[in-house]
Design a protein around this ligand. Structure first.
Ligand code: NAD
Ligand code: DAU
Length: 352
């Protein structure tokens, strides 16, 4: 039985990871430490709340005493750190919390795990590992050609990506300085169930159903590289188990699409299957995101060659599954968007 500390497990990717792991294995125990910010939602994990191999603890990764107490209570083999402030637009209007959670929170976890696992000078519990769930955004923006490699120099532009890049550097520093067992996975844009509806895909679905404007930043021709969330979960699982210590692995499925293509795909699906009144007239071109990165694209050859990972869900299949999931969970969307974050978002949107 391997015991994982999963932080941020009530968010989008973290909750998908917990569901994925409990479905796939019966010899893993998952302890989910989540602060339950606006983005954390225990409803995502309702189906496993009484699972014998799952424990939820509400808490902050920055809280030293709380994290130390968890390490005393559980004999963790692995830490998988999903916990973060993840919304780029919010980082532009409110950067400080991104430094606190994404940088200081990561350093706190590293420090406590290091102390708990240390067996001698530069030696640690056999097989123990800290995995940092990182983002392709740390690599900056691409031109029309080329891909992000693991060796691409970091060049973050937003406060969000700068905080994630800082966290990556601390993880690297713990590996380099203390020989602490780490891996970093840098993934492209995820899509799938349980994503908070302030990110592009669920926001567009939510607004389409509510007959609200569909805000397109700038000319809508920015390119993101979309990966179905389950394929990201599979990659994290493989890197935890088999990743070579100290390595960074890029994760992506070569699914680059301009934003406008994504929005039109959603409009077409809803128009043809649910509501004939929906259409492109709902798209509204609004002020561009400050410092907006033009193109992301991942080269995933390393994780494919070294670990045998490959994406299983083609974009055409995944996007239909995803839209249909949100259509089937309209109440979930309405509930999670009815909190204080909605007011914050509306103000942010009105300023555009
Ligand atoms: P999310 O915003 O949906 O979830 C974040 C979770 O972290 C929430 O449950 C929240 O309550 C929790 N959290 C926030 N601050 C916390 C704190 N101080 N202590 C404990 N818990 C805290 O984010 P997501 O989209 O699921 O992203 C998860 C991770 O993956 C992040 O580190 C993000 O940078 C990274 N990532 C995301 C994507 C993507 O496309 N969404 C792609 C690559 C990497
Ligand atoms: O690349 C990985 C990153 O992907 C993760 O590290 C982040 O946590 C995650 O939020 C995501 O960041 P993006 O900024 O790419 O995601 P978002 O859904 O906010 O925006 C996707 C694109 O769509 C981006 O070019 C901005 C644009 N957009 C977004 C929204 C919310 C719009 O045009 N209109 C919108 O209303």
């Amino acid at each position: 039985m391997k015991t994982y500390l999963v932080t941020g497990g009530a968010g989008f990717i973290g909750s998908n990871f917990i569901l994925y792991m409990l479905e796939k294995y019966n010899d893993v125990k998952l302890v989910n430490l989540d602060k339950l910010t606006y983005a954390g939602n225990l409803e995502n994990l309702k189906s496993v709340e009484n699972h014998p191999n799952y424990v939820f603890v509400q808490g902050d990764i920055c809280d030293r005493a709380a994290v130390e107490a968890l390490f005393k209570q559980y004999d963790f083999d692995y830490v998988v750190n999903f916990a973060a402030e993840s919304h780029v637009d919010r980082s532009i209007s409110d950067p400080e919390i991104f430094v606190k959670t994404n940088v200081l929170g990561t350093v706190n976890l590293l420090n406590i795990a290091k102390n708990a696992w240390q067996t001698g000078d530069d030696t640690y519990n056999e097989g123990a590992k800290y995995l940092q769930v990182a983002s392709d955004e740390v690599d900056g923006a691409l031109g029309e050609t080329g891909f992000f490699m693991e060796t691409t120099p970091l060049d973050p532009h937003s406060p969000y990506s700068s905080s994630k890049a800082s966290a990556d550097l601390f993880v690297k520093a713990y590996g380099d300085t203390y020989k602490f067992p780490v891996n970093i996975t840098r993934c492209s844009n995820n899509y799938g169930p349980y994503q908070f509806p302030k990110k592009l895909i669920p926001l567009m679905i939510h607004n389409t159903l509510g007959h609200k404007e569909l805000p397109i930043y700038g000319d809508g021709m920015q390119i993101r590289d979309w990966l179905y969330v389950e394929d990201h979960c599979k990659a994290i699982d493989m890197v935890v188990r088999d990743g070579k210590l100290g390595e960074v692995y890029n994760v992506g499925g070569h699914n680059e699409r301009p934003n406008i293509f994504i929005v039109k795909t959603i409009i077409d699906y809803v128009k043809n299957n649910v509501d004939g009144e929906v259409g492109e007239h709902m798209m509204k071109y609004v002020a561009d995101r400050k410092g907006h990165d033009r193109r992301y694209g991942i080269d995933p050859e390393k994780i494919k060659n070294d670990l045998g990972w490959y994406p299983e869900t083609a974009f055409e299949v995944g996007i239909v599954k995803t839209i249909q999931w949100y259509l089937d969970h309209e109440e979930w969307m309405n509930r999670v968007t009815s909190g204080a974050y909605q007011e914050y978002y509306e103000k942010m949107y009105a300023d555009r």
